[in-house]
Ligand binder design. Structure first.
Ligand code: CTP
Length: 438
């Protein structure tokens, strides 16, 4: 038994009209086909949070991804909805689900994922459910956490009815991350990362029993059983959070980092480097934004995390997580440059010239340039940034063609052009004076 709650009015007050109308239409189509239709999961969670924060006068954004579950044939229903809405229909036969892409009045694409209520779930060995569960109830029961296991009925006539079978709303209100069945993390170990992501995103707490099940799954090597791609997806989602450092710290302390990346130890030094990475990235965003072009935060974070990991392990890790072939080589290059620079710190004259940084980093990818900023001693950072600013705008007023005409050939041309570039960087010549050097 659960307290029945109708959210229709709250939804009408909180949701943008385009989403609200769409949900009502989906419910109506359910009636037309004679099947029960629900919106479930993250949408319901975020809607309840939005309703609450609206009561508190705060504004919260409403998600544009809608997860729908039907008690009936999901694909049939999806095709029907797409036809009625004149929306794009995409089927995922492997998962027996489909997606509909609907363009609303404001030209925003709303994605609706549709699934058939699923019933398989796990319980402690030998134990059977005590009562016969209705289909939507079973579907909700096999989900990751209570906060993600509520549904709202959409059918006309019962539109807005909240289905909360497992005291989910109470957990949401009191800020608890709780699994619904004991084998949840074993069945799907990516939930270990999801628990931490939701905990840190909402400032919630993983409740004690869930935490001990989580720790047990980590210690028993269940993270190692998941494909690298699925882990990577969850890690990337963590990095998309507004404050990824919170979750990273938590994963470090709980030895999750170690179980994700063999022979990789999360230490206070590592943590400082990671914090620095986010500061540096922020600096680039505000001052050197061109260097963030094509930069993948996942790679940057892994440069930092894997900087002390032995090479044989790095090979396995890069294969597991689908990192590019040159990842290890690029990492080593930055480490070498950083070591060279550390050994030359006493040579003040040398390190004060902008050409020095050109020599060290010429040919680096943006990710390498940013990682080097993380590793560089604080006193060099100003010069390094000055170099990056200057080299970005630097344009020679002569070309290889000009040198060729003057009789330079082959590698001489490249050498000469670099020499001129360095003189410009150091201010030894002014732009336009290049021609006097050839
Ligand atoms: N889900 C699950 N186990 C997983 C992944 C997802 O039970 N390993 C269920 C949850 O009910 C979740 C829903 O599928 O709410 C949708 O998953 P997803 O889109 O990944 O997450 P959201 O909850 O929508 O979260 P986010 O706000 O991060 O998109």
């Amino acid at each position: 038994k659960y307290k029945s709650l109708n959210l229709k009015e709250d939804m009408e007050k909180t949701l943008p009209p385009s989403i609200l109308n769409l949900l009502k239409l989906i419910g109506l189509y359910g009636n037309e086909l004679g099947i029960n239709v629900y919106v479930v999961g993250g949408f319901v969670r975020d809607l309840l949070l939005a309703i609450r924060s609206k009561l508190n006068g705060a504004k919260k954004s409403i998600p544009y991804d809608i997860d729908v579950v039907v008690e009936g044939d999901g694909l049939l229903f999806g095709k029907y909805v797409a036809k009625q809405l004149r929306a794009k229909y995409v089927e995922h036969p492997k998962f027996h689900t489909c997606s509909i892409f609907y363009r609303n009045g404001e030209n925003k694409i709303i994605r609706i994922d549709i699934a058939t209520a699923r019933t398989e779930y796990y319980e402690e060995a030998g134990e059977l459910p005590k009562v016969e569960l209705s289909t939507i109830k079973k579907d909700l029961y096999r989900r990751d956490f209570s906060i993600n296991a509520m549904a709202i009925k959409l059918n006309s006539g019962s539109f807005g009815m909240l289905l909360d079978f497992f005291n989910c709303r109470k957990d949401l209100e009191e800020g608890r991350i709780r699994i619904l069945y004991p084998l949840s993390f074993i069945e799907d170990p990516t939930r270990i990362l999801r628990a931490i992501r939701f905990e840190q995103r909402f400032g919630f707490e993983i409740e004690p029993n869930t935490l001990s099940k989580l720790e047990e799954a980590v210690a028993n090597g269940y993270l190692e059983k998941v494909t690298g791609m699925r882990i990577r997806e969850e890690l990337e989602k963590i990095l998309e959070e507004p404050e990824p450092m919170k979750a990273i710290k938590r994963m470090g302390k709980m030895k999750i980092i170690f179980h994700l990346f063999e022979r990789t130890y999360y230490s206070p030094t590592m943590e400082k480097d990671l914090e620095k990475l986010f500061d540096v990235k922020n600096y680039f965003k505000n001052n050197l934004s061109n260097y963030l072009n094509k930069v993948r935060l996942f790679h940057l974070v892994l440069y930092v995390l894997l900087q002390y990991t032995p090479e044989e392990s790095l090979k396995k890790i890069t294969a597991r997580y689908g990192l590019p072939k040159d990842f290890i080589k690029n990492l080593m290059q930055v480490k070498n440059v950083y070591n060279e620079i550390s050994n030359e710190l006493k040579n003040k004259e040398k390190i004060s010239k902008l050409s020095y940084y050109y020599e060290k980093t010429n040919g680096f990818q943006n990710e390498q340039l940013i990682f080097l900023a993380v590793k560089l001693p604080e006193e060099l950072l100003g010069k390094y940034y000055e170099y990056l600013r200057k080299i970005e705008k630097l344009k020679l007023s002569i070309t290889g063609e000009d040198l060729l005409k003057k009789g330079y050939e082959g590698v001489q041309i490249k050498t000469k052009l670099e020499e001129i570039k360095k003189k410009l960087l150091n201010g030894e010549i002014q732009p336009g004076e290049e021609k006097y050097l050839i």
